[in-house]
Design a protein around this ligand. Structure first.
Ligand code: HEC
Ligand code: HEC
Ligand code: HEC
Ligand code: HEC
Ligand code: HEC
Length: 187
């Protein structure tokens, strides 16, 4: 092989690939919301918030029992689905799939969507109990066929609201600010 051939066939393409990779990486790092907002994984069985929380007006906390009394909101086990689906729509393939899964005793886990790094402390209670709606952070969930991450989980997004939460709080609230000292979120 001529030296020139080798240059054209191997080194030029390798150079082009690394330039492209650099451009993509820099773009990715410089756009902080790209890997947070819009994350929308497929779940092991289909579940529609639009149908349940929207059309059928099932309250969020019927299924997510935690947010006003513990740090986490909690995602319901299949047992919660069967509270209704032992009798509702049992002829549907999707419901038969859920029923069979629950009966089999096979471990079942929903894929997590909102997830902060371990070094950050978050607690649903002060937020929910001060009257901030789920939708302020999670978007119009009751219209979503599949949950899509609405809020950026970047530090700046937490701080923007802590500095001025007035739009998120109910009218007449006595709370003027959320805490902004480092130790409140990094303990
Ligand atoms: C009938 C039960 C049910 C109701 C009612 C319900 N949810 Fe859910 N929710 C689920 C299930 C199951 C999942 C996990 C599967 C998924 O992501 O769709 C979930 C997931 C979520 C997640 C994402 C969790 C994560 O992994 O980060 C959020 C946020 C959420 N729900 C908010 C709400 C809000 C807000 C309401 C009310 C407007 C609501 N849900 C009503 C069952 C329910
Ligand atoms: C101030 C913003 C905020 C509000 C208000 C809020 N959440 Fe969350 N939620 C978050 C954040 C941030 C996370 C990720 C927490 C983590 O990774 O530790 C989360 C996680 C979740 C999860 C998945 C993990 C878990 O905690 O089980 C569910 C489900 C959820 N929220 C439902 C709700 C519901 C239902 C409401 C209303 C009753 C609500 N949230 C109100 C910010 C909020
Ligand atoms: C409080 C009662 C209730 C709970 C709890 C509930 N559902 Fe439902 N679900 C309904 C009703 C009512 C419908 C019918 C909605 C319609 O057709 O308007 C339905 C419909 C469905 C359908 C559509 C079936 C079809 O093909 O038409 C699926 C799939 C489903 N639910 C899955 C789930 C899952 C998964 C859970 C648990 C996370 C769950 N449901 C929890 C009441 C409930
Ligand atoms: C939509 C507005 C809003 C957003 C977004 C928000 N917060 Fe808050 N947060 C508040 C308010 C308001 C308070 C003060 C509540 C009070 O004084 O009762 C608060 C209080 C807290 C507290 C204090 C808890 C305690 O024990 O005193 C922590 C921790 C916290 N937030 C963490 C976070 C983190 C982490 C995020 C981002 C992932 C976040 N918050 C996003 C409004 C918000
Ligand atoms: C209201 C909550 C909140 C407060 C207050 C807060 N942080 Fe953070 N911090 C976060 C969240 C959420 C993240 C993770 C997301 C991210 O990296 O943007 C984070 C991430 C970080 C990181 C890691 C960044 C990285 O690239 O991994 C450092 C360092 C940090 N914070 C320092 C601080 C310091 C110093 C203060 C006080 C001046 C502070 N934080 C106050 C919520 C908070």
């Amino acid at each position: 092989m001529h030296r020139h051939d080798r240059f054209v066939r191997k080194i030029v393409p390798a150079g082009a690939v690394s330039v492209l990779a650099t451009v993509l990486l820099v773009g990715y790092a410089a756009e902080p919301d790209r890997y947070t907002r819009g994350f929308e994984p497929e779940q092991p069985v289909h579940f529609s918030h639009r149908l349940h929380a929207g059309d059928n007006h099932i309250p969020c906390q019927y299924c997510h029992t935690g947010p006003s009394k513990s740090r986490t909101a909690g995602v319901p086990p299949l047992e919660t689905c069967l509270n209704c689906h032992r009798v509702t729509r049992t002829d549907r393939p999707a419901i038969q799939q859920i029923t069979a899964w629950a009966k089999s005793g096979k471990p079942f886990e929903w894929r997590r969507i909102y997830s902060l790094p371990d070094h950050v402390y978050f607690d649903h209670r002060p937020h929910v109990n001060s009257g901030i709606a789920c939708q302020e952070c999670h978007g119009e969930v009751q219209r979503m066929e599949r949950i899509s991450q609405a809020m950026s989980l970047r530090m700046g997004a937490c701080l923007a609201c802590h500095r001025d939460p007035s739009d998120a709080l109910p009218p007449g609230s006595s709370i003027k600010q959320g805490p902004t000292h480092c130790a409140v979120c990094h303990r």
